[in-house]
Every structure is written in C-alpha cells, then in structure tokens.
Ligand binder design. Structure first.
Ligand code: ADP
Length: 540
C-alpha cells in the first residue's frame, strides 16, 4: 500500500546516506594521509600530529612502581602500577566520577579534585605488603610506602594520562589546546597541564611529583608494546576516538632544527585524528550528523569523532529514530509516539545499540570468530576475516518481511523488541516486531559506518608507516603488525572489530590485514602512564 511505499522510500534514502562505497573509503584514507603529512609539517593544522617526546616503545623488560592518574573519559582513574619486567604487571585502581559541574567549571576546581582523588586513593587503598618488585626510586615496596612524610624522601613519581589535545614540549610539559568529549573547564586552555596538576598537589601538600604527561592513545601503544614486545599503533574507540603511532623523527618536519629532531630516531606522534574532516569536505554527512553537531558543545570540531565514538553513536541513532517517529505523512516507528527518554539529548546510550546487536548475534548460527580481541600478547584469529558475515557490509532489512521470518529470527526480534520497550521506556503497545527490526537495522547502519571509517584511520597509519600500500598489492615481510586498542566500543560492540578489519582489507589488501595483530591494551592508560613515567625518570 502507499503507507508501505512511503516508508520504504524513507528507509531506502536513509540507508543510502549511510553507505560508504569502496571508492569512498579509498578517497577518505587518501585524505587522511594528506592531512597526516600536513600536520607533521606545520603547527595548528586540524590534524594536530602532536610530537609526544616519547622516543621509543618498551620491550617488556621494564620494572618499577608508579602512580598513574587518568583523566579524559567517562571516569577519572587513579592507579598504582607495578611493572614486573616480564611483559607482566599488577595494577590496583579506583575510579572516581567527574561531575558535569567539574567538567565545565573552573580548572583549579577540577585539578583540586584530581589531587583529592590521588590523596583518597593513597589513604583508602594502601598496597598489600611484599607485593612489589624492587623499585628504582626508593626502598619502599609500593607507592604508598614511597609517600614518606619527610621532605628528604623522593616524591612518588606519577604519570598523568590526559586524553585531550595538548601541545607537548617535553615529556612533562604541555599546554592544553582545546577540550573535547564534553569537557569545557575554564582557564585551562593555554596552560601547562602538568603545572596545573602539580600546583594542586602542592596546595594539598601531597608528596607526589607528576613526571610524565601522556595521551591515552600513547598509553595504549606503550602498554601493548610492553605486553606484546612491540607495537606500531595505539588507538582508542571509547567515549572518543584517537590514535598514536611510531613515526620517524625526520618526517616530523615541524620540529625544525630542535634538539629532538637532530637526535633522530623514532618518536611517538599523537595524531588527534578525531579532528579529521573538521573542514567538512571529506565525509558524506547526513542531516542526523548535522543535528548532532549543531547541538553539541563543540560545533564543527572533532568531526570524525562524531561519526565514530561511543559518546555520539547513540545520539545519531536517536536522531534517526526521532525522524522515523515523526515521518510524514505516516509515522514509521512506535505509532508516532516517543518517550521522555527518547526526547532527551543524549538519551540513547551507545551501549543500548550494542545490546540490541548482541541480542541478534546471540541467536545466530555462526558467531563471527574474527571479532574477538585479545588481551596481552595472544594472537587474534583472522580465520574468518576473509569471509565476513554478509551483515557486516549491508545491514539486514528484516523489517521488510517480518511475517516471513523463521521462528528463530522471530524470537531474536522478540528479544530486541523487549530491549527497545525497556531501554527506550516505551509503551509496549506502541512497539511492533517490525519496529524492533527497524531499530536493529538503524543501529547496524550507524555502527557499520563508524567501523568502516575507523578502518580508514588505521589503514592510513599502516600506509604512513610503510607497512602497507593504499590499494593493496603490498606483501609485508612474514611478521605480525601489532596494534593496541582500547575503549568500550571496540571491546564490547558486536562485530565492530570485524567490520573495521573488513574495511582495512578493502583498503590495503588481505595480505596486510591478515598480519594485523589487533589486541586490547587492557589498562593501557595506567600501564602506559607508568611506562612513560619510567622513561621520564631515566631521562631526567
Ligand atoms: P573512556 O573512553 O571514557 O575511557 P570507555 O572506553 O568505557 O571509557 O567508553 C565509554 C563509552 O563507550 C560511552 O560513550 C558509552 O556509551 C560507550 N559504551 C559503554 N558500554 C558500551 C558497550 N557495551 N558497547 C558499546 N559502547 C559502549
């Protein structure tokens, strides 16, 4: 009937807006490479390509006990890390909530809170005795033991993981360039973040010294290198997205004649790839993206991140769902009725999309074995990467044939319907099986695009580091290419890793893709900060 026809047209139009052809992926990756090179040659380019002054990656033999503080995502984390020197570590950590008021208030209040959290951690969570290996900085066996009150004892070395763009001038110096991910604290931009933190420690008479400043991507790179014995790229797919990789110093031409450049060798570069497409000239953008961007606290910034990361995928999906509820001349979803939750800005968490896709996957005959990530140094199975499940490229359109579905598929849709009713806080009478199928399809569209674009960023790094050629045809030496990843999206979202790999394969060929050893850099920010603190104390 005509209701059906108009719905079909609207859904088709949405689907085509979210598709990315292979050609489009190549074009996007090519632009990534151009931006990488521009960012390496000049300051203030949107692709910031920040030199981190981290001049090598660990091999797993490093030892020591360090404090780490991690600010940059949904939680603030304080941890004590013991590097055992055999690719292994132990870690004790505590998470503290960062309120909206702290994120958007005065920077000194935020940094006082960081110092208070470190204080609380050291007071509330003393180390178990005899648990630590010999430590290079004191005779004590843990960070708490190091926290001697006498002034003559060395301060506890702390590495700060600060996952916002910073213009770094030394391992322990860097100015905040801009806030991202919902932070906007006043009087921080342009200030040295290590100094802001150290001042807060000093105000509270805490005997702790911030010796290293590290981005979470750098942390992921270093920690994966520590556990796997080497790594070329650390990347984050969590609240935000970003990547850091090992570059030849000679290629970082904007360092000019600085001592670091003359020294040569390698340096880790923090790409800040979340800002890709800030010019808005490369990525095919939908009205749902534009609405998200306009209503965000950083319009026109972090354009790539807004297509990719956990903070935003739920919001894009919510925008599509609202447009389907409001569709004219006939509503396409939920009898035209939304809920208070669906009407709320950021009311739909990406984790709910994850749950919806998982409900479908759980009933599938063959789970995609190539979607598993590994911890530590174990290899990840590539077996089925060359034969991805069809839904990896085109989302299923079960809504066109709900009446003809097999009993198994129907029961999977029933599960999704229950999730939708619960998580969207809708009246059950307003949610049909077809609605459930449309919501599932919407989630697939949005997540698929995110994973494919994530593949572009990774492929660009592979090409930049001469591990691959855009277009394929490059046969790498018989070795693994190790990549560390972190973040709830890549860790938990069903098929995100498999979809990302499919995109990389399209871009650089299966010989390279098959050699990718993508593994979780578990606790990357803590372990990475510890490794960086170690490098700092050696240099200092
Ligand atoms: P952060 O990046 O802040 O350190 P996470 O890696 O946990 O922390 O990422 C948090 C983001 O991941 C949030 O935006 C949240 O919506 C999203 N998220 C949380 N759980 C899941 C999940 N199971 N699947 C997909 N996304 C999730």
């Amino acid at each position: 009937g005509s209701t059906e026809d108009s719905a079909r047209q609207i859904l088709d139009a949405i689907e085509s807006q979210f598709q990315l052809s292979d050609d489009a992926l190549v074009r996007i990756t090519d632009q990534f490479l151009k931006d990488f090179r521009l960012g390496l040659s000049e300051y203030n380019h949107p692709m910031a390509m920040i030199p981190t002054f981290v001049t090598g990656v660990p091999n797993g033999s490093e030892t020591g006990t360090f404090l780490a503080l991690d600010l940059g995502g949904t939680n603030l984390r304080v941890c004590e890390v013991q590097l055992k020197g055999n690719h292994q570590f132990t870690l004790r950590q505590q998470k503290y909530r960062v309120s909206e008021a702290l994120k958007t208030g005065e920077a000194t209040a935020l940094f006082d809170y960081l110092a208070d959290s470190v204080d609380a951690f050291l007071t509330e969570f003393p180390s178990s005795p005899n648990s630590a290996p010999p430590d290079p900085f004191a005779t004590g066996s843990s960070a708490l033991d190091l926290l001697d009150t006498s002034d003559s004892s060395p301060a506890v070395p702390l590495g700060l993981t600060f996952s916002f763009p910073v213009e770094q001038t030394a391992l322990n110096r860097g100015k905040v360039l801009t806030w991202t991910k919902g932070f906007s604290a006043k009087n921080a931009i342009g200030h040295d973040v290590v100094q802001l933190l150290q001042d807060a420690f000093d105000r509270k008479h805490l005997h702790v010294r911030c010796v290293a400043l590290v981005n979470d991507t750098v942390g992921a790179l270093l920690s994966r290198a520590y556990t796997a014995g080497g790594c070329i790229l650390g990347s984050i797919f969590g609240t935000g997205t970003n990547g850091a990789y090992v570059e030849k110093v000679e290629n970082i031409t904007k360092l000019g004649d600085s001592p670091a450049r003359k020294h040569g060798g390698d340096m880790v570069v923090n790409t800040e790839w979340g800002a890709f497409n800030n010019t808005r000239t490369t990525l095919p953008t939908t009205p749902y993206d534009n609405k998200l961007d306009r209503e965000s606290i950083n319009p026109r910034l972090q354009a790539f991140e807004k297509f990719i990361s956990g903070m935003y995928l739920g919001e894009i999906t919510r925008n599509i769902i609202l447009s389907l509820i409001d569709a004219a001349p006939y509503p396409i979803l939920f009898n035209g009725r939304a809920s208070a939750l669906l009407n709320k800005h950021y009311g739909l968490d990406t984790a709910v999309m994850s749950e919806i896709e998982q409900a479908w996957e759980n009933g599938r005959d063959q789970p995609s074995s190539n979607d598993k990530l590994v911890n530590g140094s174990h290899a990840i199975s590539n077996a089925s990467a060359a034969h991805p499940h069809p839904s990896l490229s085109t989302p299923t359109r079960h809504f066109t044939e709900v009446d003809k579905l097999s009993p198994e598929d129907r029961s999977r849709l029933e599960r999704i319907r229950n999730i939708v009713i619960q998580r969207f806080a809708l009246d059950a009478a307003d949610v049909t099986l077809r609605d459930a199928a449309i919501v599932h399809w919407t989630s697939c569209l949005v997540a698929n695009r995110a994973a494919k674009l994530s593949g572009c960023a990774i492929a660009a790094v592979l090409v930049q580091t001469e591990k691959a050629k855009l277009g394929g045809g490059f046969v790498p030496k018989d070795e693994k290419i190790t990549i560390g990843v972190d973040g709830s999206l890549i860790e938990h979202y069903p098929n995100f890793n498999a979809r990302l790999r499919a995109s990389v394969r399209t871009l650089v060929g299966e010989e390279v893709e098959a050699r990718l050893n993508i593994g979780l850099a578990k606790d990357g920010s803590g372990v990475g900060a510890a490794l960086c603190a170690l490098q700092a104390t050696k240099q200092g």
